[in-house]
Design a protein around this ligand. Structure first.
Ligand SMILES: C[S@@+](CC[C@H](N)C(=O)[O-])C[C@H]1O[C@@H](n2cnc3c(N)ncnc32)[C@H](O)[C@@H]1O
Length: 206
């Protein structure tokens, strides 16, 4: 990103902080958004390995973590978000085996690999020139037979192309609500060549 892009990114971060401070994103916890989280969780349980390590990019206040079923366990959960306010709120929830760090996606270099990487309503915030770099970096931190789950609001073929070009699609759905224009597309992907292993594991655990 050039200096002007970095400036806009910084201003966006301040805006997110202000919105989280004012409770603007409390709506994410309501029933209107529930189907989005439950679909992501279904992908996690259907295609993710048991007790996985999870990276939630742009995790906000940790709502995905909050929606996980009580009996669902993970070995480690890392949520990152560039909004300090949202991260402080997530930390206060004291989720077990979880860490939340204030990081900007654009220059975040994970220190380990993960079994599951989630882009939940965040991919479109990545600067357009950086989207491929960010995705490639995350793929290089995905364990073999790991999965990437992405949720993107409404139609965004230009964004799904990044996933379709670099990964193998396992499942993809459009999740609708009673409001015609409130819907999401949610996809689950793996590294090329891993789909058979993952779907076989699903078959054998059922
Ligand atoms: C629509 S919210 C989704 C929050 C969360 N994933 C959920 O669905 O519950 C988008 C989130 O992306 C974060 N975000 C936007 N740009 C970011 C960036 N450059 N680096 C890290 N986080 C970013 C925002 O602070 C915000 O928390």
């Amino acid at each position: 990103m050039n200096i002007i892009d970095r400036f806009h990114n910084w201003r966006r971060k301040l805006r997110w902080n202000k919105q989280y401070r004012r409770g603007r994103w409390e709506s994410l916890k309501t029933g209107k958004e529930l189907t989005r989280y439950t679909t992501i969780i279904r992908y996690l349980t259907d295609y993710g390995k048991q007790n996985p390590s999870i990276l939630d990019i742009g995790c906000g206040e940790g709502v995905l973590n909050e929606k996980l079923p009580k009996d669902y366990t993970y070995s480690y959960f890392l949520g990152i978000d560039f909004s300090k306010v949202s991260i402080e709120k997530a930390i206060l929830k004291n989720f077990p085996n979880a860490e939340f760090q204030c990081r900007d996606i654009h220059n975040f270099n994970p220190e380990r690999k993960f079994d599951v990487i989630v882009f939940n309503e965040v991919f479109y915030y990545i600067h357009e020139k950086e989207r491929m770099n960010v995705l490639q970096k995350m793929i290089s931190h995905l364990e073999d037979n790991g999965i990437i789950i992405a949720s993107i609001y409404r139609e965004a073929p230009h964004l799904w192309k990044f996933f379709d070009d670099t990964l193998e699609n396992i499942n993809f759905v459009t999740v609708r609500t009673e409001e015609e224009l409130r819907y999401w597309q949610i996809g689950v992907y793996c590294k090329k060549g891993c789909k058979e292993n993952i779907t076989q594991m699903v078959g054998s655990s059922q």
